[in-house]
Every structure is written in C-alpha cells, then in structure tokens.
Design a protein around this ligand. Structure first.
Ligand code: SAH
Length: 341
C-alpha cells in the first residue's frame, strides 16, 4: 500500500506507472492527509484508476470518545483485521498510541491484547495510518501537524515485528512526511533482548520503555512468559548498551498488581536492581481486563510506592489513567472493537 512507501519509493512507483514524477508529491500529500481518493481534485481520473488498488484501504469501524477527551478508533484493514489506536490529549499536544500487531503472542497474564494470540504483523504503512488518521481528524495539514508524540504501546509487541516497526520509525520521522522526531517517540517492549541491541546498532534513538512489572525473574515468569526466554539481568545489560549508544534515559513500566508485585520488599528489590541507572519508573495501577482476575493496586498506595522509590533514589511517577471508560487504557486494547461502557 501507498503508506508503506517512503517519498523516494513513491517517486519510483509513480514512474513505474508511466506517470510524471511530480504526481508523487500530490499522491504522497493526499495519502498523508488521509484524503478520499475520489475527492482529490488535482489528480486525473486515469491516474486514480491506476493507483486505486494501492491507495488507502481501511475503514474506521468505531470512533469512541472518552469523558477525559481520550479518543479510540478501531481501524479495519483490507484483510478484515482490526486494530485499535488511541489519541491522548496532553497540555503540550497530542499523543497517538499505536498498535504494531494484530493481537500479540507474548501471553502476558494481565493484558487484553494477547487474549486471542497473534493474528499477523502490521505493515509499516498500517502503523503509520493510525497516526495519520488522528492527525487529519484534528484538521492538520502536512506543514502544520497536530500530533506531537507517538507511543508504541498499543496492541502487539513492537520488537516482535522489528522490520516493519523500524520502517515505520523511519517513515514517521522523515522530513518529507509528518516529521515527528524520534525524541518524541517511545517504544515499549516486554524485553526481546537481541532486538534491543539491534535497535541501538541500527542507529535509532527513540525512548526505550521496558515492561518490567517484577523485580526478579521468578515472579516475572508467573506473569510474563517472555521471562522464560530472557533474564532481567540480560534486559538491564541491553538497556545499558542502548543508553550508552543513544544517551536516552530508559523508562521502566511497572504495572502494579494488588498482592502480586506491590509489596514493600518487592519495591525495595526493584530499587536495588535499578540503582545507579539513568532511568525512570512509570507505575501503572493495573487496568481491569474483564477476562482476567488480577486487580490493580489502588492509586493511594501507588503514590506511596512512587514516594518510596524516590526515597530510594529512583525517579518514579504514577501514570495517569486515561480513556478507561472506552477501554482505551494500557492493556485494554484488542483486535476487535472494545466497547464503551
Ligand atoms: N508489548 C509492548 C507494548 C504493550 S502495552 C510491551 O510489552 O511493552 C504498554 C504497557 O501496558 C506495557 O507495559 C504493558 O505491560 C502494560 N499493560 C498491559 N496490560 C495492562 C493492564 N491491564 N493494565 C496496565 N498496564 C498494562
């Protein structure tokens, strides 16, 4: 599809159709603004016919708005696969939370995205489409974009779809396109160690966010199957490498699960393993997923834990929950239309 192409690739594509090169710019702009092909007035009909099959094929099957202004869309792609994406409004701008796979095969015990396993990887253009949809729905133009930040924290494991995700990172930060700096992009991973090294070696500089959720391997294995493949120690070593290469502070996510990982000893252990690292801990009281029995730590206790970590020398904050009433909060996205309550 068109959105999988960089600007240079689009020029080649247009030439391969026997069309003049300048059509690439028109096509690129139209696709990036999510325009309906039929309604583009500066393109001749025969050109439209030629590109039709490669143009955007998606359908917005739901668009929900939360009380807190968070928005969630379910996008259906050509093969009928559905993914959800979320728009979060902050003081400094808009963040889009994108999905990277249809479903997920990581099997974390607390997450809705993994309930039906992995259906398929999303292509780079399908990930980009999620950003562009929200950008244009906010009335942006290519020169004046509205989206300021991106988090790869929707459905799927980004480092389990390495090629497409890194292509997406190149596309979304390209100056000819929407031009979002890698500094404003966070990639969240459950810790696929070899691909953390690869990301650093391939020259990316996005903010790396690790879903840690436990201070030791024993506990981590009970909630995250990936812990059987990689030890926390190996993940932390890879993070040190990423930090050395990029200078970017690492963020650790820690979903607080009542009675599972929120005990005093566990928090102390967490501070011990992170001691001396340039990092930040983001505490997320677990959001409810109706098929799962685990319960989130209450917010009061979460703030206390953040304070305790700070006292132990670890920078920590409690993440604001946004969009929970439309099942748009962390861990609630899935590959069908999750409903509004
Ligand atoms: N696969 C990536 C991106 C997933 S989602 C990863 O594992 O990082 C982003 C964050 O939400 C992850 O830290 C994930 O572990 C967390 N999460 C999943 N389910 C959750 C839930 N029910 N409540 C709160 N956070 C959750």
């Amino acid at each position: 599809m068109i959105l999988d192409m960089s600007f240079a690739e689009m020029e080649e594509y247009v030439l391969s159709l026997g069309e003049p090169k300048f059509r690439a710019k028109q096509l690129f702009e139209a696709a990036y603004l999510f325009k309906d092909l039929e309604k583009i007035s500066n393109l001749p009909q025969n050109f439209k016919e030629k590109v039709k099959k490669d143009y955007l094929f998606y359908e917005i099957v739901a668009h929900l708005r939360s009380k807190d202004e968070t928005e969630k869309v379910a996008i259906k792609f050509a093969d009928g696969s559905i993914v959800e994406s979320v728009l979060l409004k902050y003081k400094y701008g808009y963040t889009v939370c994108v999905s990277t796979q249809v479903g997920c095969r990581m099997g974390c015990k607390f997450c809705a995205s993994t309930l039906n396993g992995l259906k398929r990887n999303l292509s780079a253009g399908e990930i980009l489409a999620q950003v562009l949809f929200f950008n244009s729905s906010l009335g942006a133009t290519l020169k004046q974009r509205k989206i300021t930040n991106i988090v790869l924290m929707g459905c799927g494991e980004p480092l389990d779809n390495y090629e497409n995700v890194t292509k997406f990172l190149r596309l979304v930060s390209a100056p000819e396109g929407i031009n979002i700096s890698q500094r404003n992009i966070s990639l969240s991973t459950c810790g696929i160690v070899p691909n953390i090294y690869k990301l650093a070696d391939d020259g990316f500089s996005v903010t790396l966010t690790i879903s840690l959720h436990a201070p030791n391997d024993e506990l981590r294995k009970t909630i995250m199957p990936i812990a059987n493949a990689y030890k926390i120690e190996e993940i932390l070593k890879a993070c040190d490498y990423y930090f050395e290469k990029t200078g970017r502070r690492i963020c650790f996510e820690y979903s607080l699960i009542d009675g599972v990982n929120d005990g005093q000893e566990q928090i102390k252990e967490l501070a011990t393993i992170l001691k001396g690292k340039t990092c930040h801990v983001n505490l997320i009281p677990l959001n409810s997923v109706k098929e799962k029995k685990l319960i989130g730590t209450n917010r009061k206790k979460a703030y206390k834990i953040a304070g305790d970590l700070e006292k132990l020398g670890i920078s920590a904050t409690v993440r604001r929950t946004m969009g929970e009433d439309i099942e748009g909060a962390c861990g609630q996205l899935r590959n069908r239309v999750g409903g509004a309550k």
